[in-house]
Design a protein around this ligand. Structure first.
Ligand SMILES: Nc1ncnc2c1ncn2[C@@H]1O[C@H](COP(=O)(O)OP(=O)(O)OP(=O)(O)O)[C@@H](O)[C@H]1O
Length: 369
């Protein structure tokens, strides 16, 4: 069941929470609504669900207008960050709940309810917990039961609001891989809200990047990561270093250093900022004469297989961040205090954009200041 969102607006008093959003969410896909806190993700999800009413605009499910259809008739299943399972009911009864409260004529028989609940518990790989109480489960297990419960009434659309937000990093990572596998099995149109870019990139078929109630970009994870349309999306999808740059005659430069650019066809010319990801900064122990910026290593941190370097470029005020495989440290003989050369091997220059970095962005470097 596809979801079409057409010119949806929502204000709370004078505050614009959702600002003229139009989207088409394809059937059977897992779409992430990704954005910083307060960007309107949850409000949009609640409008899709029918828990919130848009001030204007329409919501269609598979082409049919659902804007004025009550939440109970939209055929949506939800899982929230703090999904309250009924504490005094067993796991089995929690999952069965939505079926047992159906009107008599729509309610399946006892044996059918049992069959369906056990099937769902197997799907979420927790059939062995059927007779437990929620308090006897871990947080991750509870969220999987919440998902089984949402699926019990056979929703046409599944809506997840930061479903793993309250769990620790490792459980979160396991659950998002599990959710991806589950989605590959059931192919239910799913929309999930997250502010975690890694989660969105790893799990979803499509990502909608939101900011201040608007959609900044929409596309596959590869498209939004590799071809961010503006500085906001670039910065929000990962760590970034900023350099003053100039584009002239189709060539971008930081000072005299020519930059290779993943440039769109019509790269505007003029002064701007070059955005470079830490893993796109090459570190050279010796100047190879092919253009690089002199820099001194300020610190090295090894995190698992990755070495993270902080460097100060000659003439620059702020530190830049580079990342490379830990195994390259020894061959290059890199150590704190050492003079090196750095070369951006991939970058994107935005000319004439307002610098609208979210707080996740790293400090800017101004080598020409
Ligand atoms: N019922 C409400 N009354 C007043 N303001 C609200 C209400 N619900 C949301 N807002 C405001 O609307 C804005 C968007 O909120 P929303 O919850 O949609 O953002 P979000 O992107 O989901 O953020 P988060 O990740 O923090 O949940 C916020 O500034 C919030 O304070």
């Amino acid at each position: 069941m596809s979801i079409e969102i057409e010119h949806v607006n929502k204000r709370f008093g004078h505050f614009v929470a959702v600002d003229n959003v139009s989207l088409s969410l394809p059937a059977g896909q897992l779409t992430a609504l990704l954005g910083p806190s307060g960007s309107g993700k949850t409000t949009l999800l609640r409008i899709i669900a029918g828990l919130e009413h848009a001030d204007s605009g329409r919501i269609r499910f598979h082409g049919e207008d659902a804007t004025d259809v009550h939440v109970s008739r939209r055929g949506v299943g939800f899982v929230f960050q703090h999904y309250a399972l009924f504490k005094h009911m067993t796991v089995f009864d929690n999952v069965a709940y939505g079926l047992t409260v159906k009107p008599r004529r729509l309610r399946p028989g006892k044996a059918e309810i049992r069959r369906r609940v056990m099937e769902l518990l197997e799907l979420v790989q927790l059939d062995w917990t059927a007779h437990r109480l929620p308090s006897q489960l871990s947080g991750g297990q509870r969220q999987r039961i919440a998902l089984a419960r949402a699926l019990a009434v056979e929703p046409k659309v599944l809506l997840l609001d930061e479903p793993f937000g309250a769990l620790d990093a490792q459980v979160r990572a396991e659950l998002r891989r599990w959710l991806r596998r589950l989605h590959d099995d059931i192919h239910l149109t799913t929309v999930f809200v997250t502010h975690d870019q890694e989660e969105a990139l790893e799990v979803s078929d499509r990502i909608v990047v939101m900011n201040q109630g608007r959609v900044e970009q929409e596309g596959t994870p590869e498209a939004v990561y590799d071809h961010p349309v503006n500085p906001f999306v670039f910065s929000f999808l990962g760590q970034v270093n900023l350099f003053h740059a100039r584009v002239q005659d189709g060539q971008a430069r930081i000072g005299d250093l020519a930059l290779p650019m993943a440039a769109p066809d019509h790269q505007p010319e003029g002064d701007g900022l070059a955005y470079v990801r830490p893993h796109d900064i090459e570190i050279l122990a010796e100047d190879d004469g092919q253009g690089a910026l002199a820099a001194v290593i300020q610190g090295i941190t090894v995190v698992g297989p990755t070495a993270r370097l902080e460097l100060k470029v000659a003439g620059g005020k702020d530190l830049i961040h580079a990342e490379l495989p830990k195994t390259q440290l020894a061959p290059l003989g890199l150590s704190p205090g050492m003079k090196t050369w750095v070369r951006p091997v991939n970058s994107r220059v935005f000319v004439g954009h307002r610098n609208q970095n979210p707080p996740v962005a790293e400090p800017a470097l101004h080598p020409r200041d």
